[in-house]
Design a protein around this ligand. Structure first.
Ligand SMILES: *Cc1c(COP(=O)(O)O)cnc(C)c1O
Ligand code: SF4
Length: 353
């Protein structure tokens, strides 16, 4: 190897001089499963990784009893140390406000129980069914409307999908199957490949849509095997990722998204409008701009589903509409997400702006 000129060595030494790290380090793992196993479950550990006073951890303990903390270190690596208002931290840190009962906030705000055809199969909208493939997620989002979903009723293995597949086969009006959860990408590729093959065997199906937060929170999950079965299917694949803030879309998450797009898979993003996370015009403009940098089209901005424990995240509908009007002035039309709310019993998500 050629000798390194002194100048290069000098500038390298300058750049790598120890400075106070602003973000926790992102560890390297052999497999995504190991990354998932090493996710942080202890609020006190999270506080210490982020140089936050212990009281942030202790305050979290009670709320974590109903819905535990769960966040991979790759995601934590994008949180700013010492900042209790970090928009990523707020999405995962349990807080005592979750325990305050609020009228109008219930365990099943979107009527999933009513729309359930079979355990794990929801048919709310024409032409599309949603398969709840697993109860597991790679992160616990504090605002999640499925916080209290009866996941134990979900089929545990491949055979258990038989009734859902039979149902889809018997209904020729279904053209698209949405794999959801939990997060379908917490399942291993061998299982997902089998499921995709069995779906592709149903002649009237045209598309397979995957709703997942893993490319954002556990980027290592975007494996060659995943790209292989997604691309190899007869069904048109569509991946809907879930990012709420531009700061989520850096580093390994940006590379994971690039791999999906380079594989020719259409990528959309859905977000939830969350107080203290993304409820300002600059936050939402940056999110859309960042998505476009990564070749992802903003799809939905959901108003919060009124699930018990999430009231402190709610942004009034009128504020949401005003925010979208500002985005319309500042962004190309295709970069403005549709503001929607899900109302149980309605034939589609309700557009508000
Ligand atoms: C949101 C949702 C869909 C998909 O709706 P789109 O408007 O097509 O994105 C389908 N089924 C269920 C149960 C849903 O909640
Ligand atoms: S990843 Fe999705 S389903 Fe899982 S907790 Fe977050 S919002 Fe809910």
């Amino acid at each position: 190897m050629a000798a390194i000129p002194n100048m290069t060595r000098l500038s390298h030494a300058v750049r790598s001089a120890p400075v106070a790290a602003a973000f926790p380090a992102e560890p390297l793992y052999a497999t995504w499963q190991q990354a998932l196993k090493d996710a942080v479950r202890d609020p006190l550990l999270l506080a210490s990784l982020l140089d936050l006073p212990d009281r942030w951890g202790t305050d979290a303990l009670r709320a974590a009893e109903t819905f535990p903390l769960f966040a991979p270190k790759s995601y934590i690596a994008r949180m700013q140390k010492g900042n209790p208002r970090d928009p990523l931290l707020r999405q995962v840190l349990p807080v005592s406000a979750e325990l305050t009962p609020t009228p109008g906030f219930s365990p099943d705000p979107v009527g999933d129980a009513e729309a359930s055809l079979l355990p794990g199969l929801l048919h709310k909208y024409d032409g599309r069914v949603l398969m709840v493939t697993t109860g597991a997620c790679a992160v616990h989002c504090r605002y999640c409307f499925r916080r209290e979903f009866p996941y134990s009723e979900i089929p545990p293995g491949a055979d258990a999908w038989d009734p859902a597949l039979a149902r889809i086969r018997s209904d020729k009006s279904i053209r698209e199957v949405i794999l959801s959860g939990g997060d379908p990408l917490t399942l291993v590729d061998s299982q997902l490949r089998i499921l995709a093959e069995r779906l592709a065997d149903i002649p009237h199906l045209r598309r397979i849509r995957i709703h997942t937060r893993l490319p954002v929170v556990l980027p290592q999950r975007v494996t060659d095997e995943l790209l292989g079965w997604l691309r190899g299917s007869r069904l048109t694949p569509i991946v809907v990722i879930h990012a709420n803030h531009a700061a989520e879309l850096v580093g390994s998450a940006a590379s994971a998204i690039a791999r999906l797009v380079d594989a020719g898979i259409p990528l959309l993003n859905q977000s939830v409008l969350l107080r203290g996370v993304n409820d300002t015009v600059p936050d939402l403009v940056q999110l859309s701009e960042r998505l476009l940098d990564l070749r992802v089209i903003p799809y939905y901005l959901h108003l919060l589903d009124r699930v018990r424990g999430a009231a402190h995240f709610e942004v009034p509908t009128a504020t949401g509409i005003r925010l979208i009007e500002s985005l319309r002035r500042q962004l190309p039309g295709y970069a403005v997400p549709r503001l929607v709310r899900e109302i149980s019993g309605q034939p589609h998500k309700i557009p508000l702006a």
